[in-house]
Design a protein around this ligand. Structure first.
Ligand code: DGL
Length: 270
């Protein structure tokens, strides 16, 4: 099957990376809207325009399903997209439910973009799953910029995290929900700040499970797939990469994507 995956930028690559592990037998079109990134500080109207434009592009290319690998675009555009097309359109939302279910007493912090934090979709989710009011929210828009610059471990990144997290008492937290796909790249830095025991919860695994379910396609058991496969998939023909409608074929950008996949592999089980 041909599956379209899009995001404002390289955050969505973390979803594609998980798909390589769990659904390596499918074909993908990956679209990063590098001309308009970041979405998290734009208006809902702008984001809806970008998202419909991208989805039109993907549907033209005959994808059989679309995954909006962007919590921000899902927050504001998913209803529009579902109205517009008859193929399955999956979104992503912060994985608060598993975080609440897997932990008991301590607090949970959801980090996401300002749009995701502000929108009703997240409020509705908290209303449904956070009966004990254990969840706090924090917008971290600068992490998107750092990620786009491929800056994951610099002193500036650590300083930004320290500044933002200092409003909270870190000892009270047992889990951080990564409510933006760009935030996956920084897992070692969160762990350094919060300590080894902090649970880092992202939505990729759950979304790929859901996708397999919706399309009735079999999941590969994780342990059967090794990094070599991920590496090969970047260079064989099962994925077309686009940066805002520009097809990526040049060696330099493919190397960039490969570095990002390497980083995602490193942090995957963090
Ligand atoms: N990666 C996106 C998300 O999951 C949005 C980042 C941005 O463009 O602000 O929310």
């Amino acid at each position: 099957m041909k599956i379209g995956i899009f995001d404002s930028g390289i955050g969505g690559l973390s979803l594609l990376h998980e798909a390589y592990h769990m659904l390596p037998q499918q074909n993908y079109i990956f679209y990063a809207d590098t001309e308009h990134v970041p979405y998290g500080t734009k208006t809902p109207e702008q984001i809806i325009d970008y998202a419909t434009d991208i989805a039109d592009f993907l549907v033209e290319k005959d994808v059989e399903a679309i995954v909006v690998a962007c919590n921000t675009a899902t927050s504001v555009a998913i209803k529009e997209l579902r109205k517009r097309y008859s193929i399955p359109i999956l979104g992503m939302e912060p994985a608060v439910k598993p975080a609440v279910e897997e932990t008991s007493r301590k607090r949970i912090m959801v980090i996401a973009t300002p749009v995701t934090i502000r929108e009703d979709k997240l409020k509705d989710l908290l209303h449904r799953v956070d009966g004990e009011h254990r969840v706090d929210l924090l917008a971290m828009p600068k992490l998107v910029e750092f990620a786009e610059r491929e800056e994951f471990d610099s002193e500036d990144v650590h300083e930004y995290l320290r500044q933002q997290f200092s409003q909270f008492n870190k000892d009270e937290y047992c889990a951080i929900v990564l409510g933006c796909t760009h935030f996956n790249y920084f897992k070692p830095a969160y762990r350094e700040y919060f300590g080894e025991d902090i649970l880092l919860v992202d939505g990729n695994y759950g979304t790929i499970h859901h996708l397999a379910d919706v399309l009735s396609i079999p999941l590969v058991q994780d342990k059967e797939v090794y990094f070599e496969t991920v590496h090969n998939m970047l260079y064989d023909n099962n994925t077309e990469y686009y940066f805002s409608k520009k097809s990526i074929k040049d060696e330099k950008t493919l190397e960039h994507l490969k570095r990002l996949h390497n980083r995602l592999e490193e942090v995957r089980k963090f």
